[in-house]
Write a protein that binds this ligand. Structure first.
Ligand SMILES: [Zn+2]
Length: 82
């Protein structure tokens, strides 16, 4: 099985700035279930993605996960704010 592809950077959905990957690739390469963290250079938000065993392994798969992560984060933020 070829190693999963994980982008070095993604666009922050909050502010549109570039979010750089914090997590270094494992020696054996990315595997489904691995957590990948990104830090936004604009709003300094941290984004955690989970590598999925998508059939195509494209960045589009990650993009949809990113939207999910954003929804969860916003929900948590709201809870914290009360
Ligand atoms: Zn941002």
């Amino acid at each position: 099985m070829p190693p999963m592809q994980v982008p070095d950077k993604i666009d922050c959905v909050d502010c549109g700035q570039v979010a750089h990957r914090l997590t270094y690739p494992p020696e054996e390469g990315w595997a489904p279930g691995d957590c990948v963290a990104y830090r936004c250079s604009g709003c300094n938000d941290r984004w955690d993605l989970v590598v999925e065993d998508g059939e195509h392994g494209s960045s589009c798969e990650l993009d949809s996960r990113f939207e999910e992560a954003r929804a969860v984060l916003e929900h948590r933020r709201r809870e914290r704010a009360g």
